[in-house]
Design a protein around this ligand. Structure first.
Ligand code: ADP
Ligand code: ZN
Length: 215
């Protein structure tokens, strides 16, 4: 399947994407994970992105399009992909449309995961992430803590609160979402490929997606 996952930070895009990859071998492409990996590796890309990310601001469209143009043409994308955190602005959506046209790929749909703001705020403040750039496993201190406090179950690295998960950066990220990313809902509605799922459980979101894909 070839999907775009839309939704505010904390809506569960990453969790849904991970569950979907198990169904048909589609790959999850998270621009956030790619960028955090680059920051950790200290690459040029990481150096250019770091300050924007820590402040909860978006990274410039040109940097993101550079990453995605390469990534979408890698062989593992042939089986399908789940775009998690991209596109994030109207210019990115327009550039993606041109890019997909050029490489001859058609999207199945854009899924808008709609979760109430109070649920989002609660999730983001209690979310913790594995500090190992190659792992980035996600935990929640309330609903899914690591077995040993502060230690990743998968790789043993420290589990930390992301730099952009302070209360201040979170509220800024939500504002940025409303201003820059929410307009994509109208964009994909116009394209005729939008579905909106109002759900607080990832399982319900998956069920809605598979039902729609089966139609
Ligand atoms: P979340 O969905 O929880 O906000 P992400 O991991 O998707 O987090 O993104 C973290 C940060 O990485 C964003 O706040 C932003 O700075 C940057 N980023 C990720 N994807 C994009 C994108 N498509 N365009 C611009 N910036 C991005
Ligand atoms: Zn880990």
């Amino acid at each position: 399947m070839k999907l775009i996952l839309l939704g505010a930070p904390g809506a569960g895009k990453g969790t849904v994407a991970k569950l979907l990859t198990k169904m048909d071998g589609s790959v999850q492409i998270s621009t956030g994970d790619i960028l955090r990996g680059a920051v950790q590796a200290g690459s040029d890309l990481g150096k250019q992105a770091q300050a924007f990310m820590n402040a909860g601001d978006l990274v410039p469209d040109e940097l993101i399009m550079g990453i995605m143009e390469t990534r979408l043409q890698e062989p593992d994308c042939e089986k399908g992909f789940l775009l998690d955190g991209f596109p994030r602005t109207i210019p990115q959506a327009e550039a993606l449309k041109v890019l997909l046209g050029k490489i001859g790929i058609e999207l199945d749909m854009a899924v808008n995961i709609d979760v109430p703001r109070d649920v989002i705020l609660d999730r983001l403040t209690t979310r913790r992430t594995c500090s190992n750039g190659d792992c980035q496993a996600i935990y929640n201190i309330k609903s899914s803590p690591p077995k040993q406090e502060g230690v990743c179950d998968k790789c043993g690295s420290p589990v930390i609160q992301r730099e952009d998960e302070t209360e201040e950066a979170i509220s800024h990220r939500l504002e940025t979402y409303n201003e820059k990313t929410a307009p994509l809902i109208g964009f994909y509605d116009n394209e005729g490929i939008l579905i909106t799922v109002t759900a607080t459980s990832s399982e319900a979101v998956i069920a809605a997606i598979t039902e729609k894909l089966g139609q």
